[in-house]
Design a protein around this ligand. Structure first.
Ligand SMILES: [Ca+2]
Length: 301
C-alpha cells in the first residue's frame, strides 16, 4: 500500500509545472508592447504645441522698434544757427537781380525781367557779371504791376554811371508820380534824386556830389514817414516827415530808363553798368546798409 501511494505523489508534482509557465510569459509580453506604443504617441503631441507657442513670443517686434531711438539728427540741425545779417535780410527779399548773363529774379519770387529795346550786354562787375546799358534799352519787371509797396520798402544796388550829355537819366522806378510811387533819377542838369510820391506831397532826397564813372553802392529805405539814402554804407541824407503808403498804381518796375509816366516826355536812358539789385519789403537800418556795403566791398571788378 505504501509503494502505490508514492507513485501518485510524483504525478501530481510534474503537472502543475507545465501549466503555469506558458501563461505567465504571454501576459508579460503583451504588457510591454502596449506600454511602448502609448509612449510614442504622447511625446510628439506635447513637443509640437510647445514649439509653436514659444516661437511667436521670441519674434516680438517691440525689440526691433527700439533701434531708431539713438537718432542724432537734432545735433546736425544746430549747425546753421549762426545767421548773418544778410541771411536775415533775405527773409524780406522781394527780388534779386544778379545779372549773371540773364535777367532772372534769383530770389525765387518770380519777378523776372524782360528787355525793352535793342538789348543789353553782360560784363565783369563787382560780383560776377553786371548788366551794361548802351543808352537804348531798359528792363521791365512786369510782375510788380500788381505789387503794393506799402509803408515800408528798400532797395540796394551797385551802379557805375556815365555822366549824362543831354537830358536826364532814369535808374530804377515803379513809375513817375501818378503812374508810380517811387523813382531814382538824375534830372536834366540836376542832382541824383530819389523820390517817393504820395498824395500829393513827395519825399525827395537830392545828392549833390554824385560820383560818376566808378562803382558805388546805394541803399534807399522808405519807412512810411521818412526816406533815407546811404552811399557806400554812409548816411547821405534823410528826409521826413510824410505819412503815406507807397500804394500800387499798376506799373511794373523799370531799370535803366525813366519809368511809366515819363516815357511820353523823355526816355532818360541810362549809360553804364548795374549789378546786384535787391528790393526788400522792409525798412532797412543803418547797420543793414553797412553790412551790405561790406559784403560787396571792394567795389572793383
Ligand atoms: Ca552779378
Amino acid at each position: 500500500m505504501n509503494g502505490l501511494k508514492l507513485h501518485h505523489i510524483t504525478h501530481r508534482v510534474t503537472t502543475p509545472h507545465q501549466v503555469t509557465t506558458p501563461h505567465q510569459v504571454t501576459t508579460l509580453d503583451d504588457k510591454t508592447i502596449s506600454l511602448s506604443t502609448t509612449q510614442q504617441v504622447t511625446t510628439p503631441q506635447q513637443v509640437t504645441t510647445q514649439q509653436k507657442l514659444t516661437t511667436p513670443q521670441q519674434v516680438t517686434t517691440p525689440q526691433q522698434v527700439t533701434t531708431p531711438q539713438p537718432l542724432t539728427t537734432p545735433q546736425q540741425v544746430t549747425t546753421p544757427q549762426p545767421l548773418t545779417t544778410l541771411d536775415a535780410l533775405n527773409f524780406n527779399l522781394l527780388a534779386h537781380y544778379s545779372f549773371e548773363d540773364n535777367l532772372n529774379d534769383v530770389s525765387g519770387n518770380g519777378y523776372d525781367g524782360d528787355v525793352v529795346g535793342s538789348g543789353v550786354t553782360y560784363t565783369q562787375g563787382p560780383q560776377g557779371k553786371a548788366v551794361q546799358f548802351n543808352g537804348n534799352s531798359r528792363l521791365y519787371m512786369e510782375k510788380f504791376e500788381t505789387y503794393n509797396f506799402g509803408s515800408e520798402f528798400s532797395f540796394s544796388l551797385l551802379l557805375n554811371c556815365v555822366p549824362p550829355t543831354t537830358g536826364g537819366i532814369g535808374f530804377i522806378s515803379n513809375g513817375f508820380q501818378n503812374s508810380g510811387t517811387w523813382e531814382v533819377k538824375i534830372k536834366s542838369n540836376g542832382p541824383f534824386r530819389i523820390s517817393v510820391f504820395g498824395p500829393p506831397p513827395e519825399l525827395t532826397i537830392d545828392i549833390a556830389d554824385f560820383r560818376f564813372n566808378e562803382w558805388i553802392h546805394v541803399v534807399f529805405t522808405f519807412g512810411g514817414k521818412n526816406s533815407t539814402v546811404y552811399i557806400n554804407g554812409v548816411l547821405a541824407d534823410r528826409v521826413c516827415c510824410a505819412d503815406f503808403d507807397s500804394l500800387g498804381r499798376g506799373s511794373g518796375v523799370t531799370i535803366g530808363a525813366f519809368g511809366t509816366g515819363h516815357l511820353d516826355r523823355d526816355d532818360g536812358y541810362f549809360y553804364g553798368m548795374m549789378d546786384e539789385i535787391k528790393l526788400y519789403s522792409t525798412n532797412l537800418t543803418a547797420d543793414d546798409a553797412v553790412e551790405l556795403f561790406n559784403y560787396y566791398s571792394p567795389l572793383t571788378p
